[in-house]
Design a protein around this ligand. Sequence first.
Ligand code: DX5
Ligand code: ZN
Length: 215
Amino acid sequence: MIKVAASILNCNFLRLGDEIKKVQKANVDLLHLDVMDGHFVPNLSFGIPILKAIRPIVSVPIFSHLMVIKPETIIDQFIPDSDGVIFHIEATDNPRLCLKLIKKAKKFSGIALNPDTALKTIEQYLDDVYEILIMSVYPGFGGQKFIRATINKVKQAKAIIGDRDIRIAVDGGVNPRNAQMLINAGADILVAGTAIFKSDNYAQTIKMLKYGYSK
Ligand code: DX5
Ligand code: ZN
C-alpha cells in the first residue's frame, strides 16, 4: 500500500496546527518535517521547538528529514519526538553512528540521497535501514520542479534492495502527474508539500497521489 507523507514546509505557518489537523483529516499517512540548517542546504526552516509544539496534535507517524551537516551531533534531540529520523548520506562521516542512535531508541531510520548521489554510497548500510529517501529535487526549497531521472533511480533502488524489507520514499516536486510513474517504478512512500498544501482539496490530492486521477 502506497503511503503519502505531507511535507509541511509550504503550508500556511500562520495556521500550522489547523493545517496539520486538516491534512490528517484528509487521510495523510505520515507527516514529513523538513529540518534545514542553512549549511547543508542554502536555506533555514525549523527545528526542535516546532517538532515539540506539534507533537501533541499529530496522530500519524512523524518523520524528521534532517538536512543538516553532521546529523550525529543533533540527532539525539530529534529522536524522542519523531517516529522516524532521516539523515543525508552526504552530510555525515558517521552514518553507522546515526543508524545506531536511531535504532537504540527503537525508531525508524532513513537515509536520504541527493539527486547526484549514487545509490552505491548507501549499499553497505542497507541491512540497517527502514527507508531510503530519494530526493527528486536539490534539497533546500519546496515547490521545485521534479527531476525525471529520479524514476530510473527508484527502479535501481528497488533492484539493489532485493528482498530486504526497505521502503523507497521519493521527496521533491511530487504531484498527481508523476506519482503513478514513481509508484510503477517501485516507490512506497510519496512525500508531497506544495501539491497538497497549495491544492483546494487535500483529501482529493492525497487520493490522486495514491491512485491516480480516475479514482
Ligand atoms: C526539499 C524538501 C522536500 C520538499 C517537498 O528540500 O526536503 O520535502 O520541500 O515539498 P514539495 O512537494 O513542494 O517539493
Ligand atoms: Zn523533505
